[in-house]
Design a protein around this ligand. Structure first.
Ligand code: SAH
Ligand code: SF4
Ligand code: F3S
Length: 460
């Protein structure tokens, strides 16, 4: 009999990719995904440690799951409960202690060993803790063929880990050091996705533009070269990549933005702050001018490029002047969208022990609101600027309203339109006639008119 597997995914796209791969690893053991934890035979929380709020969620969720686990046991069943991802990596032993009903705790680099962990956990000899950084790469050991359909727009992890050690960030500790997958492996996975109907691939990595995977020629290939090779795959119509570090934007990658038509004109390039003093304290290894010049070079190659970024407000020692520099940078660059966060002190990171320089919560809040106000205004202006234009939209979801499909513009905006359902998975020209804070709406162009179905035809 098939067993039911429920995975709840927190955090970044890399966790989304990992959760999908866990489904692949567990399929041969008879586990099938389900969309509710109730009654499931296995529940995995794939967690995120990036900010305090994200981590806290795990313990409250574990409390709720305990009740379901007991219900299942009362019926004579068993719910195997697991914590995966970055909280597992950072706080594995603590989870085992605080939540002894958890059967397995494993980090982002060991889930290819799930079959063996499940066997050990089910035998019931206490919880399994697996937070090593193994010498082998999980990518070499994961099953090749996914059992699931990837969908029209899919993620493909090509790089993992980070050696940058920004002083606020846990990622180098939770994901480990930088690793790039071999080019041939990436191309093979991309070809399988495209053969299964995927038309857009987003290459993922904590520092994806630091990619330096071994090419078929035995040399290290940069991300630009990888993108050019992917662009040769018939049927792959759109390529994106995320997340990038400003220091790793090399000439070839910048050039790809102007010369590879499949590379979408949207780039998430986090800068975090506009103050050189704060950038130095963050160990970002670039100045705000370096970033500005980089944007100029990218826009020179691709004038349509829409930009996104991440910002942190209230990093230790941030003054009003530093913060004003951030607002100025945002105004100068102009973003299509961006994320902003209050600084959250993370245990074990250097910034967390910049004790006396921590910024007051109320100041962090005020600054966050100011940043968000400016970014929202830019986003609305960017969206409105598309009214009257016709853009390609890849429809990949069903909309809320009857007959509506939701898709993505080249610039990552959600676009909704009332179109025939067979356009799901296709890129369609849409004339934009509505712009909202977080989405666009429009009408498909160049389609045959939808004929009303007569009752006789409907029956036939
Ligand atoms: N590798 C990516 C970032 C991954 S984390 C990069 O270098 O850009 C995603 C975002 O979370 C970061 O860009 C940063 O803005 C935010 N972040 C990371 N640590 C944080 C912390 N301690 N407090 C607040 N925001 C943080
Ligand atoms: Fe974190 Fe910095 Fe690495 Fe990004 S580059 S993952 S922010 S340490
Ligand atoms: Fe979170 Fe880990 Fe991603 S900390 S943001 S899930 S790399």
């Amino acid at each position: 009999m098939k067993k039911k597997l429920f995975i709840k995914t927190y955090g970044c796209q890399m966790n989304v990719y990992d959760s999908d791969r866990m489904v692949d690893v567990l399929a041969p053991l008879g586990y099938e995904p389900t969309n509710t934890p109730e009654g499931a035979d296995m529940v995995i929380l794939n967690t995120c440690h990036i900010r305090e709020k994200a981590s806290e969620k795990v313990y409250s969720e574990l409390g709720r799951l305990r009740v379901m686990q007991n219900d299942k046991a009362a019926e004579g069943g068993r719910m195997v409960l697991a914590v995966a991802g970055c909280v597992a990596q950072a706080e594995g032993a603590e989870i085992m202690m605080r939540a002894p009903h958890v059967d397995m705790v494993f980090g982002p680099q060991t889930y290819h060993q799930l079959p063996e962990m499940v066997t050990r956990a089910v035998r019931g000899a206490g919880g399994v803790l697996n937070t090593d950084f193994p010498t082998e790469s999980k990518f070499d050991l994961l099953p090749e063929e996914g059992t699931r359909h990837h969908g029209p727009a899919a993620f493909l992890s090509v790089q993992e880990g980070c050696d940058k050690f920004c002083t606020f960030c846990v990622v180098p500790y939770t994901r480990g050091s930088e690793y790039s997958r071999p080019v041939a492996q990436v191309l093979a996975e991309a070809r399988r996705m495209v053969a299964g109907g995927t038309v857009e691939i987003t290459l993922l990595g904590q520092n994806v533009n630091a990619f330096h995977g071994e090419g078929p020629d035995g040399k290290a290939w940069g991300l630009g070269r990888l993108i050019r090779a992917l662009a040769e795959i018939d049927g792959l119509q759109r390529i994106r990549y995320t997340t990038s570090h400003p220091r790793d934007m090399d000439d070839d990658l910048i050039d790809a933005h102007g010369s590879v038509p499949q590379l979408m004109p949207f780039l998430h390039l986090p800068v975090q702050s506009g103050s050189d003093r704060i950038l130095a304290a963050m160990n970002r290894k670039h100045t705000s001018d370096d970033y500005r010049r980089l944007i100029d070079r990218l826009r020179a190659r691709q004038p349509d490029l829409a930009l996104s970024s991440d910002f942190i407000t209230g990093f230790p020692g941030e003054t009003d002047q530093d913060f004003a520099d951030t607002l100025r940078l945002i105004s100068d660059v102009g973003y299509a969208q961006a994320y902003s966060f209050k600084y959250s002190a993370r245990p074990g990171t250097p910034a967390a022990s910049m004790g006396d320089r921590q910024v007051e919560e109320s100041v962090k809040d005020e600054r966050l609101q100011a940043v968000q106000q400016l970014l929202n205004a830019q986003q609305v202006a960017f969206n409105q600027g598309l009214i009257g234009h016709t853009i390609g939209v890849l429809f990949d979801r069903v909309g809320k309203l009857e007959g509506q499909l939701l898709g993505r513009s080249p610039f990552m905006q959600s676009v909704h339109a009332v179109v025939p359902s067979h356009l799901m998975g296709r890129i369609v020209d849409v004339h934009i006639n509505g712009a909202h804070a977080n989405s666009l709406s429009g009408d498909a162009v160049g389609l045959p008119p939808v004929l009303p179905v007569t009752p006789a035809e409907a029956v036939a």
